[in-house]
Write a protein that binds this ligand. Structure first.
Ligand code: SF4
Length: 301
């Protein structure tokens, strides 16, 4: 059995930066309440590690970032890599909170583009309903229109003008292109501004370029959008067996037993140590045939 660690995989620069900011903030404001507005990234091991630093996570999937702020009355609030609207920043300031911004620079770039364009026209934003990054973008202006698929495009009003089409940074390349084309079919003069970030794009392209792969293991949290996209891209590329595993404890021998080639990739929020452990374990299984997954480590960074 051949094990192929897909390159690149795992942490992107935006996640590395957010984790560094969280650690530095916990250290700098020791003794004060430090809250994270939402999940720092969609990975429970990263969240647990941050909690061990004294950071409290304020999260409710039914509430927006603006509503979540009502649950924080004092101390420090950290905005996650997914970004927030200006209304969230203003509300935090009015509440007297110390705001620390861990928004990824790639997300900020998309926000700047949207804000600039909304002065003169409408923005169609391709994104996932309820995802914090999409919520942040929608909160920038009432001229931002969220679409997730081709049928959402058909449902948009006829009144849109001077249209810019952009998107959430962590979407799948193939699905986004389909929705973009549906927009352009309806509004041929609209201006496309593709904003899938480089980290997402090159990780998905690396999976699309895999050849003769029997099994693809995607290491990451099932709630992570970019991790799910890697799974979808693997299936769309013709790999018959694609599995998600948060850690090597989720692997089962029947997933890989009769495979000649097993590739491993990881979402950009997956701790490197967990992915490395999966790769080492599979390499050991390929050599010895013994299926004994190791215990996961106590700390992931
Ligand atoms: S996936 Fe892209 S946009 Fe999201 S944090 Fe990473 S680099 Fe930034």
């Amino acid at each position: 059995m051949k094990i192929i660690p897909v390159v690149p995989r795992g942490y992107c620069q935006g996640v590395v930066r957010a984790i560094r900011i969280a650690r530095e903030t916990a250290e700098q404001y020791k003794g004060m309440p430090v809250c994270m507005l939402g999940m720092i990234v969609h990975n429970k091991y990263v969240v647990r590690e941050c909690e061990s630093l004294g950071i409290r996570f304020v999260e409710d999937s039914h509430k927006t970032r603006l509503e979540l702020l009502d649950m924080i009355d004092e101390g420090v609030v950290i905005f996650t890599a997914h970004g927030v609207s200006d209304a969230v920043r203003e509300k935090a300031q009015k509440k007297g909170l110390i705001a620390i911004d861990a928004t990824c620079p790639d997300v900020l770039k998309t926000h700047d583009l949207i804000k600039e364009h909304c002065r003169k026209g409408d923005v169609i934003y391709i994104g996932k309903k309820g995802h914090p990054e999409a919520d942040g973008a929608l909160g920038l202006s009432d001229r931002v229109w969220l679409v997730t698929n081709e049928s959402d495009v058909a449902a948009l009003p006829d009144t849109l003008e001077h249209i810019l089409i952009t998107n959430q940074t962590t979407l799948g390349i193939l699905d986004t292109e389909k929705t973009l084309q549906a927009c352009l079919k309806r509004w041929p003069d609209a201006l496309p501004a593709p904003e899938i970030c480089a980290a997402t794009r090159i990780r998905q392209t690396a999976v699309m370029n895999l050849k003769d792969t029997d099994v693809l293991i995607v290491v990451g949290d099932p709630h992570s959008n970019n991790t799910n996209q890697l799974k979808q891209i693997g299936l769309s590329s013709g790999i018959k067996r694609v599995y998600m595993a948060e850690t090597c404890m989720d692997l089962k021998e029947e997933m890989i037993k009769d495979a000649d080639t097993v590739a491993v990739t990881a979402g950009s929020s997956t701790p490197t140590i967990l992915t490395s452990q999966v790769i080492s374990f599979l390499e050991s299984y390929a050599q010895t045939g013994e299926f004994n997954p190791p215990q996961i480590p106590d700390h992931v960074f």
